[in-house]
Design a protein around this ligand. Structure first.
Ligand code: ATP
Ligand code: FE
Length: 335
């Protein structure tokens, strides 16, 4: 079986082909246009998807070295995400499935970030059920108890901003371009994580809050710049290292609480922020330190990609879980 996956929930247009769990092609067109606005502009994202979707899908089929007539099914991101962006992928997928007369499979983007672990790849191990998934991305921060492929329960989540937003908004305060998360990570690796202190917000044991952290960074930077106009350029590495250290410690605290509450010691991370070097290292160390079994996805399956959509498509295909042409995009789709 060859499954085509299509992802268009935010600002990346992506297509991938999967065959028996192995990725044959994984193409992502990242939209540059949003950089100059310091964040994703929904109308521009939707237009860029319309421009990119045909070339991206064609390229994925070319790289996989298959013809569209060999496809077994089309899997697409139904939600959550930006409505205008989701509509492009959804309508394209519906027409293609209808034209080829093959099954159509709707996929939840957050479920895909978790099930990306089931892609067969070097350096990647599939978790055993039940496991805990920490999904950390631009729009979500959740701890999910995963009992089987399609049985997932959110047991903790952010009450305000997502962790990716905390990275991106802090980066903006530091004058870094969008998306700033990866840049904070790069600077953090050169800095002293104990140079500055940021307090960790207090909420319920398995919940998260990040809006206070962003404000703390803002006040801290404003105050320091008042004293020394060159503060940011002179201390960017230490500020980033300290901030990242605080965030990673906070995520690990929450995971520890979840392990305690559920007795489950097998952990998988997913979502764009799982590309972060600090959380990857902390999770790796936790194997020795706490006796957990941890799973860290390959970089290309962390941030938005279509391979994760295709693997969910394949898992559903095997169980005969299909959708009809009636299916509509759902911007606020829940797990
Ligand atoms: P969602 O999946 O919740 O719908 P999204 O699809 O917009 O949100 P992802 O692509 O999964 O988000 O993740 C993007 C986020 O990941 C951005 O906030 C980005 O800054 C962050 N990110 C990517 N790499 C890193 C890194 N190395 N360190 C920290 N943050 C990172
Ligand atoms: Fe995502």
């Amino acid at each position: 079986t060859y499954i085509l996956g299509i992802e268009s929930s935010c600002d990346d247009t992506a297509a991938a082909v999967i065959h028996n769990g192995v990725v044959l092609a994984n193409v992502v067109a990242t939209q540059k246009i949003h950089e100059e606005y310091g964040g994703v502009v929904p109308e521009l994202a939707s237009r860029a998807h319309q421009k990119n979707i045909v070339p991206v899908v064609s390229q994925a089929l070319r790289r996989a070295n298959i013809d569209k007539n060999q496809l077994s099914a089309i899997a697409f991101t139904r939600g959550p995400g930006l409505m205008g962006s989701l509509l492009v992928g959804t309508s394209f997928s519906k027409s293609l499935a209808m034209g080829l007369d093959i099954p159509l499979i709707a996929v939840n983007h957050m479920q895909a970030h978790i099930l990306a672990h089931f892609i067969k790849a070097e350096d990647q191990t599939a978790p055993n059920f039940p496991f805990l998934a920490l999904t950390i991305s631009g729009g979500h921060t959740q701890i999910v108890k995963v009992t089987s492929y399609f049985e997932m329960e959110v047991i903790g989540q952010t009450i305000d901003d997502a962790v990716g937003e905390a990275f991106d908004k802090s980066a903006k305060i530091l004058g870094l371009p969008y998306p700033g998360g990866p840049l904070i990570d790069t600077y953090a690796q050169q800095g002293n994580p104990k140079a500055f202190r940021f307090t960790k917000p207090k909420v319920k044991p398995m919940d998260f809050s990040f809006s206070g952290l962003k404000t703390a960074v803002l006040y801290f930077v404003e105050k320091q710049v008042d004293l020394n106009p060159d503060f940011i350029s002179e201390n960017i590495e230490d500020v980033c290292a300290s901030l990242q250290h605080t965030i990673v410690e906070y995520l690990m605290d929450k995971l520890k609480n979840a392990v305690k509450a559920t007795g489950i010691k097998e952990i998988a991370i997913g979502g764009g922020v799982s590309a972060n070097s600090g959380i990857r290292k902390a999770l790796k160390d936790a194997e020795q330190k706490y006796g957990w079994k941890t799973h860290i996805p390959n970089f290309e399956y962390c941030t938005d990609n279509a391979a994760m959509i295709a693997i969910v498509g394949e898992l559903k295909y095997k169980q005969g879980i299909f959708n009809t042409q009636e299916i509509a995009a759902n911007a606020r789709m829940k797990l």
